[in-house]
Structures are given as structure tokens and as C-alpha cells.
Ligand binder design. Structure first.
Ligand code: IPE
Ligand code: IPE
Ligand code: MG
Length: 227
């Protein structure tokens, strides 16, 4: 296999298509979410193996709260369980786990698990894995603008929830949808986008590698001119 070149520092993924994956199999949507956790595990391992230092995953948007209660509750229970289960793997692989988003909307139980994990993995030096939960790009800009004004500053970036994290070099969206769905609006200013038809539960190491190869072939100009 060809060695990977020009790796991104920060890869971000809009994990989409779990519901359709389940429907194709005549199952409830939640089964797609269960299987999606396996894909999260696969891409996390790949980042550690390939030396990508930042991986962020859009797990639940502010808009997703409007889904049926049973699905929202199922997803929250799944996240709680998965986080709990992943702890030994995070420790073993040197993963620093971070959750970003409107955490005030998450349950106390989930928030205490998140606090525990973030604290316990703070020393992870191989990979920073960021889970965006109850996140939206517009919400982030609004909360940052408010705090910036309170601080009497004119520089927005330090007030975004992503402060201190490099902007994503590459944003992958699965399932054939070609939109940003209120994800990282400010931070995506110069991100490269890769859209794939693969549904998230089917997105494993080989699909990830293909997206990284596509990224490596791009010419990032940042408004300038290259020969
Ligand atoms: C992505 O899969 C997971 C979340 C948004 C939480 P979906 O649940 O959106 O799956 P589709 O798009 O309906 O297939
Ligand atoms: C985007 O997927 C949000 C996440 C992946 C968490 P959605 O399935 O919610 O997006 P839309 O509704 O198709 O735009
Ligand atoms: Mg979707």
C-alpha cells in the first residue's frame, strides 16, 4: 500500500447516514447509530496509527434535539455507554478526549462522565479527539461574540469553543449529502471538503484512507497564487 503523504493536522467528520444504513437493513435507526460507534473506533485508531494529531467528530447538532424523543434518548444513552467503554482504549492509545458544544443542554449524568473523561485523559499526547455535541456553528459564533463583547475585545477566535485547536484542514461528510448543516462555520473558512456516498456505519479505514489521499491531491491556495 502507498504510504500516506501530506497528512492533515486536523480532520473533522460530519458522520451522516446512520438512519439510512439501518433502514436499508429493515432495522430501527438506533442500530445505525450503534454500528456508527464502530466506525468512530476505526477512524480513531487510524489517526493514532497514521499520526494525525487532531480528529473531530460531529456527533449531535443543536438541530438534532428536534428529532423524536426516543431517538434523542437512545443516542444520549449510547454516547454515555460508549464514552464509558472507551476509557481504557483512550488511555492505552494516548488519546485526549474533549467534548465541545452547548453542554448546558446535556444531562447531568452525561456531563459528569464527560468531565471525568476529559480530566482523566488530559495527558493524552498522541491524538486529541473532539466530540461535538449539541453544537452548531451559529451558536458558537453567537456565544463567542457575547463573551468577546463582555471582555471588551475585538478578536473573536479566542472565544470560540475551539480556541487553541487548529482549524480543520479537512472536513469529510459521509452519506452523499453535500452541505455543512450548521457545523464549523467560522473554522471551516479554508478547510478542504471531501464528500463520500459511503454511509457512516460503512466508513472504515479504507474509506478514511481514500479521503486522505483525495486531500493530499488538493492545492490549497488560501487566496494566493501558486505556479
Ligand atoms: C448521523 O446519521 C447521526 C446523527 C445526526 C446523530 P443520521 O441519523 O442523520 O442518519 P440519516 O442521515 O438519517 O441516514
Ligand atoms: C448533521 O447531520 C449533524 C450530525 C452529523 C451530527 P444531519 O443528518 O442532522 O443533517 P441534515 O439534517 O441532513 O442537514
Ligand atoms: Mg443525517
Amino acid at each position: 500500500m502507498k504510504p500516506l503523504e501530506k497528512l492533515p493536522t486536523h480532520v473533522s467528520i460530519i458522520m451522516d447516514g446512520n438512519g439510512r444504513w439501518a433502514k436499508e437493513r429493515g432495522k430501527e435507526r438506533i442500530y445505525g447509530h450503534f454500528e456508527g460507534v464502530e466506525s468512530v473506533r476505526a477512524v480513531t485508531e487510524a489517526c493514532v496509527e497514521w499520526g494525525i494529531p487532531y480528529l473531530s467528530l460531529f456527533a449531535f447538532s443543536e438541530e438534532n434535539w428536534a428529532r423524536p424523543t426516543a431517538e434523542v434518548e437512545g443516542l444520549m444513552a449510547l454516547m454515555l455507554k460508549s464514552m464509558h467503554n472507551e476509557y481504557p482504549t483512550f488511555k492505552k492509545n494516548g488519546v485526549r478526549f474533549v467534548v465541545l458544544g452547548n453542554r448546558g443542554r446535556l444531562s447531568d449524568e452525561l456531563n459528569s462522565e464527560i468531565d471525568y473523561l476529559m480530566d482523566a485523559t488530559a495527558g493524552g499526547d498522541k491524538l486529541t479527539m473532539i466530540l461535538f455535541m449539541s453544537y452548531s456553528g451559529k451558536w458558537d459564533i453567537q456565544q463567542a461574540a457575547k463573551r468577546m463583547a463582555e471582555a471588551g475585545s475585538e478578536d473573536l477566535e479566542p472565544f470560540l469553543v475551539t480556541a487553541g485547536i487548529p482549524n480543520p484542514d479537512l472536513i469529510i461528510r459521509t452519506s452523499g449529502e453535500k452541505r455543512i448543516s450548521n457545523f464549523l462555520l467560522w473554522q471551516a473558512a479554508y478547510s478542504e471538503f471531501v464528500f463520500t456516498d459511503t454511509l457512516w456505519p460503512d466508513f472504515r479505514k479504507d474509506s478514511f484512507r481514500a479521503a486522505l489521499e483525495e486531500f493530499a491531491s488538493r492545492d490549497r491556495r488560501y487566496g494566493k497564487v501558486t505556479k
